[in-house]
Design a binder for this molecule. Structure first.
Ligand code: BG6
Length: 487
């Protein structure tokens, strides 16, 4: 059996992990129902789950049968494809329940029983799908239950709310678990499209030579959502858009875009380069931030009537190193916006001089762009000016596009949580965040968190407060797209 120490390499294709007991904390919660249970089921039926038992637990009192019913409903509602009875029967036998009220001793018994059912030495994966306030209690329970050996833990964000609380949380986690046992999950990095950023940059000779301030004018990472905070008011009000999305997902994706080529495709090497990006970031100045709150947010259930949480944020970030000095990175995300999208858009510098006649259309539709769509279809587009057929020299904006749907084995795609659970079982830290990286980001955020600009009210279904356009001047937000994706 492999030990749980650091893994040196991120293999191209993983061998099946060792047998595992997965302990799912918060197993009756929203994330478990929408993503984790359907994800584990999919991994099982796709043959990616090792010999495995799944122990669910939460503050709710339930029986094994209740948990199996909840899991089935989750897989039927949120899983992919039809649920085949034979596959379900096999998966269902893996599921058992222990009430949180049973405490450390009850949990230890439940895990011992699951291990006995597997019948051979196995590893443990503790998935903490619990609110931040509960994470520390769960970690203590794991320590008291003697469930630290042979174990890894997956922790959900937010990892603290500022530098001091992140340090405190990391120190507490390290009292019980070694850093190499800890997998801080950021599901954006498990998206096929995010990994394609690494493939595109480093598996080709074409892009990397132009991947710098010499050729790139600015970069946008734009993740508007149409969803409101419905049903999550309590969590969201204590978190806000910056902590929910930026300090986690958007900064992590930005690191993939901005990092130097790692010395090898291995977790430690990639982490070093990502952390260098975070260290090179200049502190976020309040004047480079637009905060917003959608109309009616304070009336949402679970939200304080005088809440100052933002549901929208846009910011200009600067990475002060040789590659990126002078290239602004514009980040935007928000709830209740006009469209849902997740794009990264790289705007290239325009030609130094145009030899084309006036009125030819050169430059009329903005600079050339390389655009990544972080959606499931993992689309990429390269837009450029090309000649319009016919007499004279008129140009139009054209694009070369790729979509995952064009690939034969697109069915092999793993959903982000599936991929990351599988990686954690194999001990692969490549797509997870370290304590150091998290603390660096809170440090960068400090000037803005200490003096946040006022949150401006924006209409639901809009693109955020109007100040968002001033922030990006003289450039413009790519979204909404002038032209649609093909296909
Ligand atoms: C979660 C945030 O981490 O990511 C949510 O808590 C957000 O607020 C979600 O809606 C977006 O993820 P995805 O994969 O649906 O774009």
């Amino acid at each position: 059996m492999a030990d749980i120490g650091p893994q040196d390499v991120a293999p191209a294709a993983l061998a099946p992990p060792d047998p595992h007991v997965v302990v799912l904390f918060g197993a009756s919660g929203d994330l478990a129902r929408r993503k984790l249970l359907p994800g584990l089921f999919h991994l099982d039926r796709a043959g990616h789950l090792p010999d495995c038992q799944i122990v669910g637990t939460s503050l709710e009192a339930m029986t094994d049968a209740d948990f199996r019913r909840l899991a089935r409903e989750s897989c039927e509602s949120f899983g992919r494809g039809r649920l085949e009875e034979e596959e379900w029967d096999r998966f269902e036998r893996r599921l058992s329940w222990v009430d949180g009220a049973a405490g450390a001793a009850g949990l230890a018994d439940a895990v011992a029983k699951a291990e006995a059912d597997i019948g051979e030495p196995c590893l443990r994966l503790h998935y903490l799908s619990v609110p931040p306030a509960a994470a520390q209690a769960v970690i203590r329970t794991l320590g008291d239950a003697g469930l630290v050996e042979r174990s890894r833990i997956i922790m959900e964000k937010p990892f603290g709310t500022d530098l001091a609380s992140a340090k405190e949380l990391n120190a507490m986690v390290h009292e019980v678990f070694d850093e190499e046992q800890v997998f801080r999950i950021d599901h954006f990095l498990g998206k096929e499209a995010a990994l394609n950023i690494l493939a595109l940059r480093f598996a080709n000779g074409l892009f990397e030579p132009i991947w710098s301030r010499n050729f790139i004018d600015h970069i946008q990472i734009d993740v508007p959502e149409t969803l409101t905070v419905e049903g999550r008011g309590g969590f969201y009000d204590a978190t806000g858009a910056f902590r929910d999305m930026v300090v986690t997902h958007l900064f992590q994706v930005m690191a993939f875009v901005a990092m130097e080529p790692p010395v090898e495709l291995a977790p430690a090497a990639i982490t070093v380069e990502k952390n260098k990006v975070f260290r090179s970031m200049k502190g976020i100045r309040p004047e480079d931030v637009v905060r917003g709150r959608y109309e009616g947010y304070r009336q949402e259930s679970g939200v304080a009537p005088d809440s100052d949480a933002e549901t929208f944020i846009a910011l200009k970030c600067r990475i002060d190193n040789w590659r990126w000095s002078g290239v602004p990175f514009y980040l935007r995300t928000g709830k209740a916006m006009a469209e849902g999208a997740r794009i990264i858009s790289i705007a290239f510098r325009e030609p130094p001089k145009s030899m084309f006649p006036d009125g030819s259309g050169v430059g009329k539709k903005g600079p050339d762009h390389l655009t990544f769509d972080l959606d499931e279809s993992s689309r990429i587009s390269l837009s450029y000016y090309g000649k319009r057929p016919g007499p004279g020299m008129l140009v139009d904006k054209l694009s070369m596009q790729f979509s995952l749907n064009e690939i034969e084995n697109q069915g092999d795609t793993l959903e982000a949580y599936e991929r990351l659970i599988r990686d954690a079982m194999g001990g692969d830290h490549t797509l997870f965040t370290t304590a150091e990286g998290i603390e660096e980001l809170w440090n960068t955020a400090a000037p803005m968190l200490e003096d946040p600009p006022e949150a401006m009210i924006y209409e639901r279904g809009s693109w955020g407060p109007k100040q968002v356009h001033d922030l990006i001047e003289p450039n413009r937000w790519r979204l909404p797209f002038q032209r649609r994706w093909r296909g």
